[in-house]
Design a protein around this ligand. Structure first.
Ligand code: 5GP
Length: 212
């Protein structure tokens, strides 16, 4: 019996895919990422460095590498960040080494970064895939921010204003997902990951090998 083309050899990708997920705070990004990592255990999550103080429950080295401003600036000067940005008054940076290591070995990596970071990563890695997560409405975003209970009225107002500013940048993204309901948003995100992994340009060596 003839084997279907492609079934006999495992797919070889010359480079891993960089996925970028951005969202205004309150859109549900953290929960979505946690669920996505369970679906794709082989997907690596990039851990950023930040000068922000840890929030209660956050684990250093798992949520972020929390560092002093001096250390951050030293790393930045040594070119250790793929990109860095000032977000809500704190510095955040994506470390270069783990990202390079991952994509060079054909492994995919997910970056949870803001709109400024997206622009910089896209400029440096044009084959990266960016997704913007949206709340269903401004009203719902406000409700979710208030529900979190971690922020005061003024912070919530500021976050809503930031969200409007961030939304203007949606044009520099490849995909959007509206988070009406988390399971549905997860299904949509899964489809993006699966489809992007099947882009022919990412597997050119493998498709060439099928002819031999
Ligand atoms: P938070 O402090 O609430 O965890 O994150 C605030 C914002 O900073 C989020 O939009 C998050 O995506 C963004 N962020 C986290 N790490 C990085 C990073 O390394 N670079 C950039 N540009 N943004 C980041």
């Amino acid at each position: 019996m003839k084997r279907a083309i492609g079934s006999g050899r495992s797919v070889i990708r010359s480079k891993g895919v960089i996925f970028i997920l951005s969202a205004p705070s309150g859109a549900g990004k953290t929960t979505l990422i946690k669920r996505l990592m369970k679906v794709f255990p082989d997907l690596k999550l990039s851990i950023s460095y930040t000068t922000r103080k840890p929030r209660s429950g956050e684990i250093p080295g798992q949520d972020y590498f929390f560092v002093a401003q001096k250390k951050f600036e030293l790393m930045r000067a040594k070119g250790e960040f793929v990109e860095w940005a000032n977000v809500h008054g704190n510095l955040y940076g994506t470390p270069q080494r783990p990202l390079e290591k991952s994509i060079r070995s054909g492994g995919d990596i997910l970056l949870d970064i803001d709109v400024q970071g997206n622009k910089k990563v896209k400029a440096r890695y044009p084959n990266s895939v960016s997704i913007f997560l949206l709340p269903p409405s401004w009203k719902e975003l406000e409700r979710r921010l208030a529900l979190r209970g971690t922020d005061g009225r003024e912070t919530i107002r500021q976050r809503l204003q930031d969200a409007r500013r961030e939304l203007r940048e949606i044009k520099s993204y490849d995909y959007f997902i509206v988070n009406r309901e988390i399971q549905h948003a997860l299904e949509l995100l899964k489809s993006v990951v699966v489809a992007e992994r099947m882009r022919v340009f990412r597997v050119q060596k493998w498709t060439a090998s099928l002819l031999h």
